[in-house]
Design a protein around this ligand. Structure first.
Ligand code: TEU
Length: 570
């Protein structure tokens, strides 16, 4: 590997994702705010965080908690002021940290001025900022495309007799990226924030912006048959992104991550290989669909561990060979907590939280820590539909019952799948509302906060929090985390995920028992002989009191997970 290939600073960095609505409230209105984040920057700096990803704080009606933007250049008063935002940038830069903000430009809120103009009349200059279609020849919806939040993806406008496209909520109207004025307006908006000192962007569902201009019906031949094959990684998407790079990302040397919905490895190599001049890295979600029966999110099944390992391996090897770069994550604001989803959030909660961190942070890519995962926050226990706030969950609660599910069955599906699982307020200490707010929180606080909170984690040297701090530091210290070639070593073991990263004379060995069983694991000879064992008499990080040497046969306690660093024979 050439030195220059992996030299960028953000390849050794760790990103912390802040869902501002649930991070820290300084006004008592029950909603988190920008000043609350600024107040907690020392905490993030001590964790070793390099980049803070601040999710949308723009003017928005908040039907989708800010992913429905009504003004891209103004701060939502619920979150504070532009002066608060400027202070946040200053305070981050003073600490040598960077700010990444969310750019949501596949769609705007229907309360955005552009949409208000567009819907006002067919000949308004903003009409073509959005995607308007006549009814199908026989009347009705222009196509059978479905919204990702359930229901049809077309909304009817009585006044004009036309439909407009909404791939998400009916209050989120898709922008028409075929229109050069839209592309210019988006670049100008991003330049506005770049000139204010923002260091990077997370680009929301950016691989959906180029649609097949025929807007054909989906014949269902390719699951899920909801129309996504006609707008995912679409015909002009790379052209549009290269234009953004040329106009904004390149001149301001921004670190960028594309959120890629239902994408492919081949496209993500193109999106993130530096020679393509598109993004720094990409999120893909394939590993977070291994508990979706036939790819269907709103049905339940135990997760497929082998599929999880296979997908990690395919993407590690494929992106390495293709020169791409992964954004590594198990958690975010759209997913239930991984701790509850893939491991044990009760008896073995601490071991499990450390296992997930060790397994992820040993991979090639830039790790993302979603608020609360660093202290082992689990999914809360939901008592009734009245506790939920997420628009997708509320839509699906209704749709599941229309499909014949009982309210109880629908609720049990929401318990596992709802995005609200990861949106409960950050748990700072054991004071009321976990120290998040002095008011009434907009979404309930998980009842376990007296035992699971930052204050408690800071006090214990062997806490989950200190485990994350150490992993983040190791990534900066050893080049093998950034450059090591990935190789899976568990040969389909039913409970163990084992892999190495080798290069620059070093070898990282990561072994994790994803089960509540006491098991033994043996490295196949073909792998063992490739490993030297110098200096592996104890792991550089682990999650059990003992610190076992790396041996060809390992005894692994429930959810045991270790990382050894040795020299490489290859
Ligand atoms: O998420 C898009 C996305 O892929 C998920 O929302 C997923 O489609 C959804 O949970 C259905 O399963 C981005 C943002 O992260 C999300 O919060 C927004 O709601 C969405 O786009 C629309 O902007």
């Amino acid at each position: 590997m050439t030195q220059s290939r992996y030299s960028e600073w953000w390849r050794r960095s760790t990103v912390y994702q802040v869902y501002p609505k649930s991070f820290k409230d300084t006004t008592g209105n029950g909603t988190g705010d920008i000043r609350g984040l600024t107040e907690k920057l020392d905490y993030l700096q001590e964790l070793g965080i390099d980049i803070v990803w601040l999710q949308p704080v723009y003017v928005s009606p908040q039907y989708d908690n800010g992913y429905d933007v009504a003004d891209y250049k103004e701060i939502n008063p619920d979150f504070g002021t532009m002066e608060d935002f400027d202070e946040l940038i200053q305070e981050l830069h003073r600490r040598g940290m960077k700010l990444m903000t969310d750019i949501v430009v596949n769609h705007t809120s229907t309360e955005h001025e552009w949409f208000k103009q567009s819907v006002s009349s067919k000949d308004n200059p903003y009409r073509d900022y959005y995607i308007w279609k006549d009814p199908a020849p026989g009347g009705g919806l222009p196509s059978n495309w479905q919204s990702k939040f359930g229901g049809p993806a077309w909304q009817f406008d009585e006044a004009s007799g036309q439909y407009y496209l909404t791939l998400f909520d009916k209050t989120q109207a898709d922008l028409n990226w075929e229109n050069a004025e839209v592309r210019r307006a988006v670049n100008d908006m991003m330049l506005f924030w770049a000139r204010k000192g923002v260091d990077g962007f997370r680009m929301d569902v950016i691989n959906l912006i180029s649609k097949d201009q025929q807007f054909p019906n989906d014949d269902g031949s390719v699951p899920p048959g909801d129309g996504r094959k006609f707008y995912t990684d679409g015909p002009r998407v790379h052209e549009y992104i290269k234009d953004m790079y040329k106009e904004v990302f390149g001149p301001f040397e921004m670190v960028t991550v594309g959120e890629m919905s239902s994408t492919t490895l081949a496209h993500c190599i193109r999106y993130s290989n530096p020679e393509e001049r598109e993004f720094s890295m990409t999120f893909n979600f394939h590993h977070l669909k291994v508990d979706y029966p036939g790819g269907r999110k709103w049905e339940l099944m135990p997760y497929d561990f082998e599929a999880l390992k296979r997908l990690f391996s395919e993407w590690q090897t494929g992106m390495q060979q293709g020169g791409g770069w992964n954004a590594l994550f198990f958690n975010n604001h759209d997913q239930p907590r991984a701790l509850s989803r893939f491991t044990d959030d009760d008896v073995y909660r601490e071991e499990s939280a450390k296992l997930l961190a060790t397994t992820l942070h040993g991979l090639q890519g830039t790790p993302y820590v979603y608020q609360g995962e660093e202290i082992g926050m689990p999914n809360p226990k939901w008592k009734g539909i009245e506790e939920f706030r997420d628009i997708e969950s509320l839509n699906m609660y209704r749709i599941l019952q229309e499909q014949g599910k009982s309210p109880e069955a629908a609720l049990s599906i929401l318990q596992e799948r709802s995005r609200d699982n990861s949106r409960t307020p950050m748990q700072w200490d054991d004071s009321p509302n976990a120290g998040f707010t002095s008011g009434t929180p907009w979404l309930k606080v998980d009842e376990r906060y007296p035992d699971i909170n930052v204050k408690k984690e800071l006090e214990r040297p062997d806490s989950i929090l200190h485990h994350y701090r150490k992993l983040i530091a190791l990534r900066k210290e050893h080049a093998v985390f950034t450059r090591g070639v990935f190789r899976r070593m568990d040969e389909g073991h039913p409970e163990v995920f084992a892999y190495t990263r080798t290069g620059e004379g070093e070898a990282l060995v990561v072994v994790s028992n994803f089960s509540s069983k006491e098991i033994s694991f043996r490295f196949e000879d073909k792998y063992w002989t490739d490993l030297s064992h110098a200096g592996t008499d104890k792991p550089i990080i682990g999650n059990t009191a003992d610190a076992p040497a790396l041996t060809q046969e390992l005894k692994l306690s429930p959810y045991a997970s270790y990382m050894w660093l040795t020299t490489s024979n290859t």
